[in-house]
Ligand binder design. Sequence first.
Ligand SMILES: Cc1cc2nc3c(=O)[nH]c(=O)nc-3n(C[C@H](O)[C@H](O)[C@H](O)COP(=O)(O)O)c2cc1C
Length: 322
Amino acid sequence: MMEWTDRHCRFFHRLLTRRALIYTEMVTTGAVLRGDRARLIGFDPAEQPVALQLGGSDPGALAECARIGADFGYAEINLNIGCPSERVQEGRFGACLMAEPKLVAECVAAMKAVVAIPVTVKCRIGIDDQDPELALATFAAAVVAAGTDALIVHARKAWLSGLSPRENRDVPPLDYELVFRLKAAYPRLPIVLNGGVATVEAARDHLAGVDGVMMGRAAYQEPWRLLAVDPLLFGAPAPFDTPKAAAFALMPYIERELARGQRLHAITRHLHGLFHAVPGARAFRRHLATQAVKPGADAGVLAEALTMVLDRPAELAHTAAA
Ligand SMILES: Cc1cc2nc3c(=O)[nH]c(=O)nc-3n(C[C@H](O)[C@H](O)[C@H](O)COP(=O)(O)O)c2cc1C
């Protein structure tokens, strides 16, 4: 998620679930080709499996970036056809490409031709005054014919004019049934549902109708929920019993990154929601927000913040998520 997630966030989330597939925020082809590549798409192998999400609409540039992503070691390349921001529309990528399924198909085919890892697409159910049933069916048919390995559907339309990107994540109504019908039409294609899934229990329930569920805001804003992913969705033990244990496990990473010149806040900002609604959660958050930004702040700041909050046992996390 642009402006929210980064490799520090992924490293931390990987301490909360070993099994979930983690996606990068969208990185444009221009940035990958001309930017500081190591900073933009570099990652720690401990984050795996990680998918690189690309934004673009030039098949040649996307193929080149897919190849670069595969060389970096990413587990999957994903193409963003869901972002509604104006900057993105000017660049002719993101959600506006819901209106150009043929071009998206060319992009998918070009990427598939050069990498052996899965190439997937994340889309909306339509844009503006498109009929979602028809728009999604047409779009899916095109990208399936081009060889997409999976389709992730944010189950609401994007309105490209009149709504801000933020409003476009809440205002257009969700239509999960349309995504379930798409799955029924493509039994062999992995279909992943996204949008408004607030708990891991809700994700599990959706798995009756689709192959996977992508969680965005809930995963970021309340990362403690991720401790339920491995037990509830994969039948595997949680990596840690409690959020506090996971936070302590982040300490060696923090020390390593600080030694490389990273600021503490760049890492701990991703922990602000770790103790959502637990006694002391506000003090924990406030301590991190005010102290981790200070020059020279070290891992001790996180240790202090952790003394201010009660822990949440994993079982409690399950109950609270229900
Ligand atoms: C701050 C922010 C940045 C986002 N950036 C991206 C992005 O880079 N790529 C993407 O596919 N979706 C992005 N999204 C959309 C989410 O991935 C997701 O599709 C949307 O929020 C609906 O799912 P949710 O209700 O689980 O959050 C972003 C959402 C937010 C809140």
